[in-house]
Design a protein around this ligand. Structure first.
Ligand code: HPA
Length: 277
């Protein structure tokens, strides 16, 4: 991160604090087509990103661009309705700024959702997948540059980036609710172009089940900030790189995100209802 990043975080936190003293326990970030997950929140405050100093404003399709503070199943949550991607031209500091802000506001848990292509042919379109680990092929690392020790350690552990207890709870909650929740490893690529078929076969050989263009910078930052992380993908397209693969399109991604997204929403609500999140 750049020198002065810590004071950039402080500035945004101060701006939120002028509006509300609400302290969320859980932070949620929703991906492409997954905004409806937020419809169950009883809103306490809704802050457009544009009202926050030096805060990025989403340009990605279906990303609304507001910070929502409110109650979900009786718990205090904050939701980033719309996130930031490297392919939009944002710098890594812009992408992770909201994570440090939410941490400073009180959140100890970060829950991310995204739309992803399936490298693993067993993962069908519409499947909800619990992310177990990731591969960072973004070509960027959010923590490079001077470290602000107030935000987190210089060399944070990343061997347990996705909290084992929360993952176990997600699996059990899904099972009890009769929801199918697959598991997989997410590879993050820069985009905005979809991958070539050769790249997809390479990512699959490298051990990934899913491919997408988000989430990994925020997960790294959340771990750096000492948060427990839980993340889900909604499979929106076959990305096996095989002969059966159709040409990729945003329309397909948006259309299919809602299917897995609804399962993810129900798993999250169930976890919250059972006080396991
Ligand atoms: N590749 C990268 N990002 C994606 C994909 C994909 O196939 N599907 C949804 N987001």
């Amino acid at each position: 991160m750049r020198a002065g990043f810590g004071s950039r975080v402080d500035q945004v936190v101060a701006a939120v604090r002028e509006i509300t003293d609400f302290a969320p326990r859980i932070a949620l970030a929703t991906g492409t087509g997954l905004g409806p997950i937020l419809k169950d929140i009883q809103v306490v405050a809704r802050i457009p990103y544009g009202d926050l100093p030096d805060f990025p404003v989403s340009t990605a399709p279906s990303h609304a661009g507001e910070l929502i503070l409110g109650r979900l199943g009786g718990h205090d949550v904050a939701a980033l309705n719309g996130r930031f991607h490297l392919y939009e031209g944002w710098q890594k500091d812009d992408i992770v700024l909201p994570i440090y802000v939410l941490r400073a506001l009180g959140a100890g848990i970060f829950v991310a959702t995204n739309a992803a292509g399936a490298l693993n042919p067993e993962l069908r379109v519409g499947t909800a997948v619990l992310i177990e680990d990731h591969l960072n092929f973004l070509g960027r690392h959010p923590l490079s540059g001077p470290n602000d020790d107030r935000l987190g350690p210089r060399f944070p552990d990343m061997s347990r980036a996705y909290d084992a207890g929360l993952r176990q709870a997600a699996v059990e909650s899904a099972e009890k609710a009769g929801l199918v929740l697959a598991r997989g490893i997410y590879a993050a690529v820069h985009g905005p172009e979809f991958e070539t078929s050769a790249e997809r076969r390479f990512l699959r050989m490298a051990g990934a089940d899913l491919v997408g263009m988000s989430t990994v910078p925020e997960v790294i930052a959340a771990n750096h900030a000492g948060m427990r992380v839980l993340a889900f993908s909604a499979v929106t397209n076959n990305a096996s790189g095989g002969a059966d693969q159709q040409p990729d399109s945003l329309e397909e991604v948006l259309e299919n995100a809602a299917i897995g997204g609804d399962t993810i929403r129900r798993v999250i609500l169930r976890m919250i209802g059972e006080a396991r999140l």
